[in-house]
Design a protein around this ligand. Structure first.
Ligand SMILES: *Cc1c(COP(=O)(O)O)cnc(C)c1O
Length: 379
């Protein structure tokens, strides 16, 4: 089945009790049983909910996987993956991943005896020197946030397989429209469904997709035991969002491309980070593993002062100054003080995330209006 058809029909069956074409919001905490243990597969809503089940079936299908699990946030989905591990286990993680993931690893999980190595994964071979017999998991993102670095998911997965480690890819920035890590050899795909899957900036949610039944069993056990499950209304919203993912992503990509080129040709703009430029260091890999280049990009100004960046950040009108991304409306963000403030300054600067970097989540408005807004702000 082609992607557009999949996104619309994944997980959706007419409701068995009424024929409702849209999966109802099963707002219930428990289910009446005929006799103890005799039920329709639904016992208690932390463990099972029909709206969540429809979404979880969809999460499997859209990532070309066999199983999907939904969580109350992207971070809760990440948390569940790390709970597969035990003290003494080691994780190799990308050195410029999402700030909240870094915070979870360093501030929460290190104290439970897990060891994390933060590695530049531009070149997959860099991973090799950190692998030892305790390595259980490689955690990566591509494109990365906010510098749009690309890593070769297939090369990383090959190295992991040789060493019997799992690979989990945070696929939030690409979305399943652009990239399917399970097809490239990853074991688990994680999403902040808050972003492109939901797509309308109205829900916080996370997801995991996988192929291995034993991984699904372990992660389902963690999901119900730790309890970070999304409510049925939120599941309905993400299920609805997925139905238009391909149409929205097409426009995000078109607009992203137009704005990336416009910025690059603007004499006041310094560097533009977008993986669709042929001279981007990750271009060849991006072209190989992605279907298009997305609507996320970052840039600096020629006048590389924090003051000038702050002025741009506070003078756009269509681009709203806010954290998050992937919604239909355009957002502008200052990673150093907003999304990435939880990463220590020296660490940030070492990775190229300067104080004057500006990140855009290009929405699906008219590209000319967006350019006019940026032109006015950049001055
Ligand atoms: C937002 C985000 C997360 C965290 O997801 P929440 O839904 O906010 O918990 C993880 N990874 C990336 C790349 C994100 O953008």
């Amino acid at each position: 089945m082609k992607q557009a058809t999949k996104f619309i029909h994944a997980g959706s069956e007419p409701d068995p009790s009424t024929g409702a074409i849209m999966t109802p919001i099963y707002q219930t905490s428990t289910y009446v049983q005929e006799a103890p243990g005799k039920n329709k597969g639904y016992e208690y809503a932390r463990s099972q909910n029909p709206t969540r089940k429809a979404l979880e079936d969809a999460l499997a299908i859209i990532e070309n996987g066999k199983f999907g699990l939904a969580f109350s946030s992207g971070v809760a989905a990440t948390d569940a993956v790390i709970k597969l591990l035990k003290p003494g286990d080691e994780v190799i993680a990308a050195n410029d991943m999402y700030g909240g993931t870094y915070r979870l690893f360093t501030k929460i999980f290190e104290k439970f005896g897990l060891k994390f190595h933060y590695v530049d994964m531009h070149d997959a071979n860099n991973i090799k020197k950190y692998i030892n017999r305790n390595t259980r998991l490689i955690w990566t993102e591509s494109p990365t946030n906010p510098l749009m670095n690309i890593c070769d998911i297939k090369a990383i997965s090959d190295i992991a397989k040789e060493n019997k480690a799992w690979v989990c890819v945070d696929n939030t920035f690409a979305s399943p429209y652009l990239q399917n890590p399970l097809d490239l050899g990853a074991d688990i795909v994680m999403h902040s469904s808050t972003k492109y899957l939901g797509g309308h900036s109205d829900v916080i949610q996370g997801s995991l997709s996988m192929n291995e039944a034993s991984l699904r069993e372990q992660l389902y056990f963690i999901q119900k035991s730790c309890g970070a499950v999304p409510g049925p209304m939120d599941c309905f919203l993400v299920l609805r969002g997925i139905k238009t993912l391909h149409i929205r992503m097409q426009r995000h990509c078109e607009n992203g491309k137009i704005i990336a080129h416009w910025l690059r040709n603007n004499s006041k703009v310094g560097k533009v980070y977008w993986p669709g430029f042929e001279d981007h260091p990750g271009y060849a890999v991006a072209k190989k593993q992605m279907r298009d280049f997305g609507g996320m990009l970052s840039f600096t100004l020629k006048d590389d002062s924090v003051e000038k960046a702050m002025k741009v950040l506070s003078s756009t009108k269509l681009f709203s100054l806010a954290e998050s991304l992937g919604g239909v409306e355009s957002l502008i963000n200052h990673p150093a003080s907003m999304t990435h403030a939880s990463i220590p300054k020296e660490e940030r600067i070492k990775n190229g995330l300067t104080e004057s970097l500006i990140r855009l989540s290009v929405g699906i408005e008219d590209a000319n209006d967006l350019i006019e807004d940026l032109a006015r702000a950049i001055g």
